[in-house]
Design a protein around this ligand. Structure first.
Ligand SMILES: [Fe+2]
Ligand SMILES: [Fe+2]
Length: 447
């Protein structure tokens, strides 16, 4: 005979994959119901099934997943209910919001939001709805029925954490604030081809993401909140669309170049001299940018289609181009990264001018805090944009530098040790900033 209990689990049970794990155990035992995080740090829920399955389920709740530490489980029998479709992992809806990342805030909107769509095709249907007593706002891109944690951690009972493959170098806030918009002048036909290709891509990106930065709107002071925002103003929603699209494209060149150099090295039976690692690390870093934004706003189907199309075209274009002229491709990426630095600088300026109030309330998601090792008290959206802009600035420098080198014979100056280590030279962090790249003579030396 079926019975139903309500339960409360105390201990270290939030942020350790407890609910997903409980849902997995419930499924194995044919138990229905739900689990959700409560404001007081416990996990609460209801479970329904036959008596022996429920007993086993409670035993499992007492154990918890490997990362959890359960102090006790309280349970009480309640009346059975019909209508459970399985075992849900529910979101919480309380003031615990203040402790959670943007993605977790987003999950709390479950069931209380409505879909809004822009006049422009919905690349991302970001929603901005007041949902709590504290009027906290955030975005989403999914219909309520589809709300879920975006790529939740895998349910692997024996694994505690999976560390990033490449640890991110440490940046200080002083160094990040010092990142500036800059441009390397074209010097030869190869540079000219690169900048022209970049301008075409930039035009396509602007068109696809509806990007139009309002240069006329006042910089440095807040907008009058009593007046409607100008139509041309970049809103939080528009910025997020741009970030997601930009980052989904940005991760391609490093991977293509790394892959081709890898194959080249094997085919020619020659050393690569350290380029592959830096190129793959760059594409990894770009993917982390993308995953960070995706934790905050999940793209709708149209955006996914656009990304798919852009990736297909861009990957193949880069593949052919890199075979023909790797030097031009690095210069092209250098110019593209100049634009990325400009984009993030404008977003930061807009935030500083008070034009993006929603961003001001947004915290960096956990994935970003871990990856960049963001210090306590420095985990706001602005801090996140500073880290990402600094990364783009590094890519700008790396690619301009690689574009200055002999593609076949020169070692990668970013993984080399120097005879005179005291002299400024290319490094992985942003200790020495050289936006237009290092010239070959400076790093390799003239023979
Ligand atoms: Fe990026
Ligand atoms: Fe980049």
């Amino acid at each position: 005979m079926s019975k139903r209990i309500s339960y409360q689990v105390e201990g270290d049970v939030q942020g350790v994959n407890y609910r997903s794990w409980a849902a997995g155990e419930a499924k194995k035992l044919n138990v229905t119901g739900y689990a959700k995080n409560a404001e007081d740090g416990t996990v609460v829920g209801e479970a329904q099934g036959d008596a022996s399955s429920l007993d086993k389920f409670v035993q499992h709740l007492n154990k918890g997943p490997s990362a959890a530490s359960v102090n006790k489980v309280d349970q009480k029998e309640i009346g059975t209910k019909s209508g459970d479709s399985g075992f849900d992992r529910r979101s919480f809806t309380t003031s615990a919001l203040s402790k959670q990342s943007a993605a977790q805030i987003l999950r709390s909107l479950n069931g209380t939001i409505s879909t809004t769509s822009a006049v422009r095709p919905a690349f991302i249907c970001l929603q901005q709805q007041c949902t709590t007593a504290t009027s906290r706002r955030n975005f989403s891109t999914s219909k309520p029925a589809l709300m879920k944690e975006f790529f939740p951690p895998p349910n692997a009972p024996n694994i505690r954490t999976t560390e990033p493959a490449w640890a991110h170098p440490v940046y200080t806030f002083e160094q990040m604030e010092a990142v500036k918009v800059d441009h390397r002048n074209t010097k030869d036909w190869s540079d000219y081809v690169a900048i022209s290709a970049m301008r075409v891509l930039r035009w396509g990106l602007d068109l696809a993401t509806g990007y139009k930065h309002d240069k006329e709107s006042p910089q440095g002071h807040a907008l009058d909140s009593t007046k409607a925002r100008p139509k041309t103003l970049m809103t939080e929603k528009k910025w997020m669309v741009r970030f997601v699209f930009l980052e989904s494209v940005a991760g391609v060149p490093g991977m293509v170049a790394g892959m081709l150099r890898h194959l080249h090295s094997m085919r020619r039976m020659k050393r690569d001299n350290g380029w592959i690692e830096t190129l793959l690390e760059e594409s990894y870093n770009e993917r982390m940018h993308l995953l960070t934004f995706l934790k905050m706003a999940e793209p709708g189907w149209f955006m996914r289609l656009m990304v798919l199309g852009a990736q297909g075209v861009f990957f193949n274009g880069m593949f052919i181009s890199y075979l023909i002229s790797p030097r031009t491709c690095h210069r092209f990426v250098g110019y593209l990264e100049e634009e990325a630095v400009l984009t993030y600088t404008r977003a930061i300026d807009d935030m500083d001018a008070g034009k993006l109030p929603l961003f001001e309330k947004t915290q960096a998601p956990d994935i970003a805090v871990k990856y960049w090792n963001m210090p306590e008290g420095h985990r706001t959206m602005r801090d996140l944009l500073l880290y990402i802009r600094a990364d783009e600035s590094k890519h700008r420098e790396v690619n301009h530098t690689l574009g200055n080198l002999d593609q076949k014979n020169d070692p990668n100056p970013y993984v080399s040790t120097y005879k005179d280590e005291g002299k400024p030279h290319p490094v992985k962090d942003i200790q020495y900033q050289r936006p237009t790249g290092w010239e070959r003579d400076e790093v390799i030396g003239s023979k």
